[in-house]
Design a protein around this ligand. Structure first.
Ligand code: NAD
Length: 472
């Protein structure tokens, strides 16, 4: 087999804004033909997408290398393999998920009316992706939309243009073009898309744009799922294993060079274990990157100059002390993993989401101070990590909020096909993954059915409400 290369594809081109109403009309009209609701249709699309991805694995990997310098290992683990597994999981369970759900036991009179919940697709939906995991964050929701019987327009992030190109190619080759389309572009194109009436909008990205989407959707009462940003705390208590905590938390920042919405934004470390934890961070860094970060094939670069400059300014603004790393190179968009010991929770490295390989460490007196600080910095982060004894971890969970949490590790709660993934408060609303992706694009339609023969039992409801009827 001759594999496609990125050079074989047309360059990244924005979809003409004038084409957008027509695309919306086509996708909406297809939904109203009801063909996309049929189980076999959904399975056929999902299987075809599976093979489209599988066949173009080399080009998918190459595109991620071009956009983010992502290693083939990470590309498979968190993007290509992730999407393939999600499709398999959905295909295996779809028929069962689509079945009507009977209402829980009720009095006999109600049960005779067969109360149940139908799973209806929401309709024609818009999915807007982000650049850091361009496949998972765009195709993940698309898999959910197809599974639930919706039609969809996908708008990948223009900040990962090569990944956007290959996704468009695969979607055009694999899926029904009258039901699933890709629109390419940035703000003008997304703004034009938001002018259309959708049955649902699914957005992944930063909080500021999340508010724009929510406001626009509110004008037409369009439901939204918003997968927003981080500022996630990690807490290392005095009972934690400093080596384990250091290795696992460092990994969460090396992964995709920290451009991960669920990696920790800052680490609150009990003073008692601080020296050991700092030492172990250094050891782990030397072990994970023996030749350093530069020219390291396993280590991603920052996506573009704008994000690189933002990160650099953030690092320059800290009053903390750089303990490891700090080297950067604008030409290659390199940003070394950089551990900074900060003095206060007001430090910009703690307050602002870095979305990069910065590891600010704030020493705390005890677990109480760690919990207080985490709640004060951001009451509803997307994720939270806690390292300590069972009791420590239970206390942290009981006294904080977050979209999800992992104990004694980082990120893992976001990797389970049977766990819904999403934020809480201003880190997002709604969730997806596996069955949650199906639910996300499904309307749970309550249905009852009154048999004609029940008329004798039910005619008590009709006026006039005589005294005799009141007695019954
Ligand atoms: P991005 O630059 O890729 O933008 C995301 C999407 O928003 C793109 O498709 C872009 O075209 C669109 N967009 C940008 N400006 C817009 C506007 N004015 N109107 C309409 N659409 C617009 O990515 P980003 O937003 O910089 O992503 C980083 C942020 O996203 C971080 O805060 C991160 O934590 C968050 N994030 C969250 C998740 C999650 O699952 N919760 C996943 C990834 C990233």
């Amino acid at each position: 087999m001759i594999y496609l290369k990125m050079d074989d594809l047309a360059p990244f081109t924005h979809t003409p804004v004038d084409d957008i109403p027509g695309i919306h009309d086509r996708i909406t009209r297809t939904f109203h033909t009801h063909t996309t609701r049929i189980l076999q249709y959904r399975l056929k699309q999902l299987r075809s997408l599976y093979w489209g991805l599988k066949d173009e694995e080399p080009a998918l990997t190459e595109a991620l290398k071009l956009d983010l310098g992502k290693s083939a290992y990470e590309a498979y683990m968190s993007e290509i393999g992730w999407c393939l597994n999600d499709i398999l999981f959905v295909c295996k369970n779809l028929e069962a998920w689509m079945k009507d759900e009977a209402a829980p036991d009720m009095p006999l009179m109600n049960m005779l009316m067969r109360p149940r919940i139908r799973k209806d697709p929401l309709g024609a939906v818009l999915i807007i992706g982000a650049y850091n995991f361009p496949y998972m964050l765009a195709l993940g929701p698309l898999i959910g939309a197809i599974a639930s019987g919706c039609t969809a327009v996908l708008k990948p992030s223009e900040n990962a243009p090569n990944s956007a190109r290959i996704m468009q190619h695969i979607i055009e080759q694999s899926l029904s073009s009258d039901a699933y389309e890709v629109v390419q572009g940035g703000i003008p194109e997304t703004t034009a898309l938001l002018e259309q009436k959708w049955d649902k909008i699914f957005y992944t990205g930063n909080v500021g744009v999340g508010k724009i989407i929510a406001k626009k959707a509110a004008e037409t009462l369009t439901p939204v799922t918003l997968e927003l940003g981080g500022r996630n705390p990690a807490i290392v208590s005095k009972h934690a294993d400093p080596r384990l905590a250091a290795r696992r938390l460092l990994w969460a920042k090396l992964f995709n060079a920290g451009q991960v919405c669920v990696s920790q934004n800052y680490v609150l470390v009990d003073k008692e274990v601080l020296p050991a934890f700092m030492h172990e961070l250094g050891e782990a860094l030397r072990e994970f990157q023996p030749q350093g970060a530069k020219d390291n094939d396993d280590y991603s670069h920052i996506v573009n100059e704008r994000q690189w400059s933002r990160l650099k300014s953030l690092l320059d603004s800290t009053k903390g002390k750089i303990i490891y790393g700090g080297h950067t190179d604008q030409d290659s968009l390199l940003f070394e993993p950089t551990v900074v010991q900060v003095e206060s929770a007001d430090d910009p490295l703690v307050r602002e989401e870095s979305f990069g390989p910065l590891v600010p460490i704030l020493p705390v007196q005890d677990l109480e101070e760690a919990i207080r600080t985490a709640n004060e910095v951001h009451a509803t982060p997307l994720a939270l990590y806690t390292f300590g004894s069972k009791a420590d971890n239970a206390k942290v969970l009981a006294e904080t909020r977050s979209g999800g949490a992992t104990m004694n590790d980082a990120i893992f709660h976001a990797s389970m096909p049977t766990l819904a993934f999403g934020g809480v408060g201003d880190s997002g609303q709604g969730a997806y993954r596996g069955m949650a992706s199906f639910d996300c694009f499904t309307h749970r339609r309550s249905v009852t059915q009154t048999p004609g023969w029940m008329e004798g039992l039910l005619n008590v409801r009709y006026p006039p409400y005589t005294a005799e009827k009141s007695k019954k």
